[in-house]
Design a protein. Structure first.
Length: 266
């Protein structure tokens, strides 16, 4: 089986069942179609150009993908996260962690958090875990208490939370109330003797302040899963272990983080 085709500069025209299709160089599947034509994988060409609508069988069943279109609860949906999920799906990467992340994120009542959080993660190279949470940093005192009040215990294994309506949701208020987290870029801009690694559910993120190149955030809840005792480049590969957090839990968290980091940076 072959299909008639024509390469027009940066466009590819393929005729399938007497229906012409033009794939431009800006199409998310352009490179995949071009490579499939080169190698004679015509079924792949058909599947990419004329895909069936696929309802994903995991999560809450709210997500569907058709070609380069993404649907949330039956409605076409556009944002950076949706584009990344489509790209990963068409490239053959497992997308379950991303689907779970989006399910969690869409339960966040803040429109601004929903639209800004994933871009913050990509920019800060912060990985997504298998259960759809993400990892980030936080500076704390030598005794693991928070730097501002010295009253909140951020020891490994602790869950820290506060009322969501007590967290400032205005990104323009750059230094305000909330449980703070950050990317690597922010670490040198804040004091503290220790740097811990946090696991955060995207539904608990409230705002991404605009200062310091939008490299920090505020949430109402997080879990401390490790301590940074190595160079930041290796932060999610070798956090310091602690008896308060079991070896099995830590191994699972780190394994999920490393796997997800590979996906996020694709």
């Amino acid at each position: 089986m072959t299909f008639p085709y024509l390469i027009q500069g940066k466009n590819i025209v393929v005729v399938i069942d007497n229906n012409p299709h033009t794939i431009t160089s800006t199409h998310i599947a352009y490179e995949k179609v071009k490579e499939a034509i080169k190698t004679g994988e015509w079924e792949t060409v058909r599947d990419v150009i004329e895909p069936k609508k696929i309802v994903l069988e995991y999560g809450a069943g709210n997500i569907a993908i058709q070609g380069d279109k993404f649907y949330w609860k039956g409605n076409e949906f556009h944002n950076t996260l949706a584009d990344r999920i489509i790209q990963m799906y068409q490239d053959g990467f497992p997308i379950e962690p991303m689907i779970k992340f989006m399910e969690n994120l869409m339960s966040n009542p803040s429109h601004r958090a929903v639209t800004e959080l994933y871009k913050f993660l990509e920019k800060g190279n912060l990985p997504i875990t298998n259960d759809g949470h993400f990892l980030a940093y936080k500076k704390v005192r030598k005794d693991y208490k928070d730097c501002h009040t010295g009253t909140m215990d951020n020891g490994i294994g602790q869950v820290v939370e506060m009322e969501r309506n007590m967290v400032d949701d205005k990104a323009e208020n750059t230094c305000s109330s909330g449980l703070h987290f950050c990317s690597r870029e922010y670490l040198d801009h804040f004091g503290g003797e220790r740097t811990v690694i946090l696991k955060i559910n995207p539904r608990d993120v409230v705002s991404i302040p605009t200062d310091y190149n939008a490299s920090k955030g505020r949430a109402c809840r997080y879990e401390v899963i490790g301590e940074l005792g190595v160079h930041p480049d290796d932060a999610f590969k070798a956090p310091v272990q602690d008896e308060a957090y079991t070896q099995q839990q830590l191994d699972a968290a780190v394994k999920a983080a490393v796997e997800a980091a590979l996906k996020v940076t694709q």
